[in-house]
Design a protein around this ligand. Structure first.
Ligand code: SAH
Length: 228
């Protein structure tokens, strides 16, 4: 086992012991996806600290425990079509791809992740990170304002947002399938942010619950914060 694999195993086992990781497919994804390949070279030795890390452009890759909390709440299934708003490094998208389109099953059953990133340079590096780790066949990176969703592939089984919004953007609720689930942090910089879980019923009614308090970078774009 390499040094990185051993460190990865340790973080995952701690998240299991803490009760944050519970679902076998979510655990498996975190044991497989190499976080060290999604951080800048000078951050590789810190890849398995359970912290956010800088990825350039004032943005961060989420901490492993935050990806775990979100992926557990999202109740993914193989074959799901998923929208991510805020691709950043591409790490979280790769984790989700490994759950909805696992490497060890027939690719005919695979779902797909559409990951939207507003910063062009980050969209390029996410694409590169996903290519070198073998996920570009299950993840598409789109350089656009994801606060408006991504209408071209809507509706989605699951939507997750990895930057804090002033409120739940209406287009995202519209682009969620009936029976679908979205998680999104809502709140401002230096203000309390709450991770919300939005469940859309079979008849299209959205019910919102709070998951926990969180700290994310801010969502920009049409339905984001104007001053960032
Ligand atoms: N999920 C990422 C971490 C993302 S940090 C990872 O696994 O690495 C939040 C990201 O959201 C940043 O890259 C930021 O540029 C992006 N972002 C902010 N506003 C956005 C918007 N309106 N549309 C798409 N991406 C946005």
């Amino acid at each position: 086992m390499s040094k990185f694999e051993a460190e990865r195993e340790k973080v995952v086992n701690r998240l299991i012991a803490e009760g944050i990781l519970r679902t076998p497919s979510v655990i498996r994804s975190m044991k497989i996806v190499p976080r060290e390949e999604f951080v800048p070279d000078d951050m590789r030795s810190y890849a398995y600290l359970d912290n956010p890390l800088p990825i350039g452009q004032g943005q961060t890759i989420s901490a492993p425990h935050m990806c775990a909390i979100m992926n557990e709440a999202l109740k993914f299934e193989v074959g799901h079509k998923v929208l991510e708003v805020g691709a950043g490094s591409g790490y979280h998208a790769a984790l989700v791809a490994e759950i909805v389109a696992p490497s060890n099953i027939d690719s005919k059953l695979w779902g797909h992740v559409y990951a939207v990133e507003i910063v062009p340079a980050l969209a390029v590096s996410a694409q590169r990170n996903l290519e070198k780790t073998g996920y570009l066949n299950r993840v598409s990176i789109i350089n656009a304002d994801g606060s408006q969703g991504y209408l071209e592939e809507a509706p989605y089984d699951r939507i997750f947002v990895t930057a804090a919004a002033p409120d739940v953007p209406k287009p995202l609720i519209e682009q969620l399938k009936p029976g679908g689930i979205m998680v999104i942090p809502v709140g401002g910089q230096y203000l309390y942010q709450e991770l919300l879980l939005v469940e859309k019923s079979a008849i299209g009614e959205a019910v919102t619950k709070s998951v926990c308090g969180v700290a994310f970078v801010l969502l920009r774009g049409q339905y984001g914060w104007k001053e960032v």
